[in-house]
Write a new protein. Sequence first.
Length: 461
Amino acid sequence: MKGDRAARSSRDLSLMKRSPILILFVTLFLDLLGFGLIIPLIPSYIEHYGGQPWVGGALLACYSLMQFVCAPLWGRLSDRIGRRPVILAGLIGSASAFLAFGLAPNLAVLFIARVCAGALTAASLPTAQAYIADVTAPEKRSGGMALLGIAFGLGFAFGPAVGGYASRISLPIIHNAPIQTPALIAAGLSFFNFLWALLMLPESHFPGDPPAGLKQESLFTVFPDLAKVMRNEQVKAQMLVYAFVTFAFSAVESAFSWLIILRFRNVLTQMAQQHWAAAHSAVMWAALQPQLRERQVEAMQGVVTSHIFLLVGITSLVVQGFIVKGITRYLPEHRMVMVGVLLMVVALLGIAFAHSLALMEWVSVLLAIGTSMNNPALFALITQAAGPNERGTLTGAQQGLGSLARIISPPINTYMVQNDTALPFYTSAAIMLVGFALSLRLKPLMKPAEDGESSVGAAHL
């Protein structure tokens, strides 16, 4: 029976050599496009409901809290039942959560929607990492993991631009408030994505009998999974680097849009005034009601932030789509992580110092280059430490650790940005330096054992 299962797995994987990567790419792109539609607009949502920046930090933290709890669960479940059903659950969960977010009448419902989103969408990324590891050879895994970065790049290239435009219109059928439109579009995309994956995405992992070490373990083992991973010397250094880098980078995720609003308020007001004058020459800016002027400034903030995210997304796409694969021929993954993290340190300091939008664009591009070098290489190093029946557990624990960092960081950063727009980025640069120091300990990992067997690095997972 076990031999038949292994033969079936080998035969099915050989039949879909390339197609699953393309299908997974489209699946991830659509998922992250929906994510990119609303993330740059989080400050606008918070201000729309009368909240302060720290409320935005709490909103991000509750989302990450649920991801921390649920990502290891989903990862372990994918080891047991396969990747496909877990990815499908994450996609339908995304659709439901975006719909609730878009229709939220107040902050309380907005928080409930993000809690549900964190729990349900935690299935997607760790399972996608395990899926890629299932269908790529170890020596090509960095290129496979770059797929995630390309999907992120495309999602962040087009998502914010579409979201910024959509936030100024209402849908003709339901006549919703314009601020709700991006989330409603994201819900529609996620539902279409679910149907696409249901019809097209094949299974990559046929687990058969789980390894002996997994048979008696409960699925609900968030902290034990993390503890096991951190005791594993083969992957401990990679996970520590990931934790510090994620904690530092979350300043960009949680505080960057607020920085644009607070530091460049006068610039945004001037741009909004000029845009209004060009489009409505008959009505003077000064004659507008304060509330209407404020909406114009908020819309301009969305345009500026979307433009910067567009640059970041295109840069990530180019670097991970065309450059990373070539670099890995000359620069090993552990060295690429070091270079990427160091570039991110420089970029974070640049964001702290930048007092013009033009300079902010340049340092944002540098940040995108750094993350595009670091992320696929680090993900490849992590997944190479596990055998086929343990990859979901390992990547789930990794995402849980990243979510733990995002629980702590956003409230702190959004509180700091209210008092000093540079402080979150100075602090994050210092934390990123710790990540760089830890990256000096990284070493290439041994090739994992073949189907069903644990590698040396995964023996204690």
